[in-house]
Design a protein around this ligand. Structure first.
Ligand SMILES: [Ca+2]
Length: 220
């Protein structure tokens, strides 16, 4: 910053004595962007993480990050996370006066398949002969009979690589459905008491995603 004054007589004061004041006590802010095939923080096979520090004042000196609590690294370019599972990337920036941002983080999941699996029946509630009578918060009760149903939702527009959906009830009932709609009707089986229902969608390479629910059955 330069400061000088000119009076009415045209005399210039202070021009030869520039002075600099830098007041910057605010830490930088780091934004992030995730790129990959997916949505809602679930991505198919790989995510590329972009970090961008910005600072009003002295400017960003450096941005650092760690993946899943590992070593802190200087961020110099976008990096990929491609191990299947849920991951947390933490990051912060420091400005040129040493103001350090509080650590922030983002959590996302790398999926081995390019779709979400959604169990559409049963959802929490009471079913009588395949019809939902009451919606409940968590509990699932099935009386009479039921057709289990699942949907496979592609991450992005276009085809999924789903091969089939497997239905497992307790330890004994298994059914593989290779054609949409993916469903399995439980018939002529006596089933009384709580059982775990596991629905698994497999892709053409044998990768899978599962959902398990506890269901109280009264099927005679
Ligand atoms: Ca600053």
């Amino acid at each position: 910053m330069w400061a000088f004054a000119v009076d009415n007589a045209g005399n210039i004061y202070g021009f030869d004595e520039p002075w600099v004041v830098q007041i910057d006590t605010a830490p930088p802010t780091t934004g992030y962007r995730l790129e990959g095939e997916g949505s809602k923080n679930v991505y198919y096979r790989s995510v590329t993480v972009y970090l961008m520090g910005s600072d009003t004042g002295s400017g960003v000196k450096l941005t650092r990050y760690q993946v899943d609590g590992g070593l802190w690294m200087d961020y110099t370019e976008p990096f990929s996370v491609d191990e299947v599972g849920t991951h947390t990337v933490s990051f912060y920036s420091v400005d040129n006066l040493g103001n350090q941002e509080d650590t922030r983080s983002v959590t996302f999941t790398v999926s081995p398949v390019n779709f979400d699996l959604e169990v559409t029946k049963p959802t929490p509630g009471v079913y009588v002969n395949d019809v939902k009578m009451i919606t409940l918060g968590k509990t699932i009760v099935v009386i009479g009979s039921i057709t289990l149903q699942a949907e496979v939702v592609p991450f992005t527009a276009g085809d999924t690589n789903v091969a089939y959906v497997e239905f497992v009830v307790g330890e004994n009932l298994r059914f593989n459905d290779t054609v949409e709609p993916f469903e399995y009707e439980i018939t002529d089986v006596r089933l009384v008491g709580p059982s775990e229902v596991t629905v698994t969608a497999y892709d053409s390479e044998g990768n899978s995603v599962s959902q398990t629910q506890k269901v109280f059955f009264l099927i005679f």
